[in-house]
Design a protein around this ligand. Sequence first.
Ligand code: NDP
Length: 254
Amino acid sequence: MNNLFDLSGKRALITGSARGIGNVLAKGLAQYGAEIIINDRDQQKADMAARLLVAEGYSATGYAFDVTQSVQVETAIAEIEKNIGPIDILINNAGIQRRHPFIEFPEQEWDDVIEVNQKGVFLVSQQVAKYMIKRSAGKIINIGSMQSELGRKTITPYAATKGAVKMLTRGMCVELAEHNIQVNSIAPGYFDTDMTEALVNDEAFSSWLYQRTPAARWGKPEELIGAAVFLASSASNYVNGHMLFVDGGMLAAV
Ligand code: NDP
């Protein structure tokens, strides 16, 4: 019987994957057979992360571009498709967080969050989808958040973008499904990474999190691999437009 979760022969581009959740997902997909393209804004950081995967016996290449820059994105995707090979799987993972009370939120920081978390998903997906359409196959996975559904003080623009990721996922699904492209989203709960370092180190926040989350703990980035492999593999060929919460039950609880 074929292994539904086998990614051998598939190539995956993961944005913002030189560190954090993206890096863990890159290794996770590699473990299931995928060839990996690590993306970062800095070519050296992308190369370094790719080299670490290669040293472990996986196939990986580093490729630098900024997800907010349309010309860079278009050029990079064209070069990857031509020189490395077809992108079968795209994970839109690059994201940033900025925290201020709503009433004091600086306009520039609002713009920065929208550019990376929302426009970046649009720009990279649009370019990759053009090639996927020609092949009548593809998997796109957008990284959402609890804030795709829930508000929280001081992070209104982040929540606005992650809500948008949910609807970008549905909108892209509706247009791309006829080309045999599945577009889904993973919405992580609270995971211990650089992005959440200040919260991890804040005892009051962690104790609130333990009370608020049925699993009563922080998530480990490795716990997102199963969802990513599922949505990247043929196991999910009839799953489309879905947002899969990996949140220790947080969304289920009041
Ligand atoms: P990190 O801050 O650890 O990593 C973010 C990554 O995005 C970095 O590799 C960063 O690269 C990259 N990045 C930022 N801006 C750009 C850009 N313009 N172009 C290309 N890459 C860029 O965050 P996490 O790993 O925690 O988060 C990854 C994703 O998961 C994000 O979308 C985040 O919103 C989401 N998420 C995280 C949660 C958590 O609890 N950690 C919870 C829910 C969702 P560089 O090194 O150059 O800065």
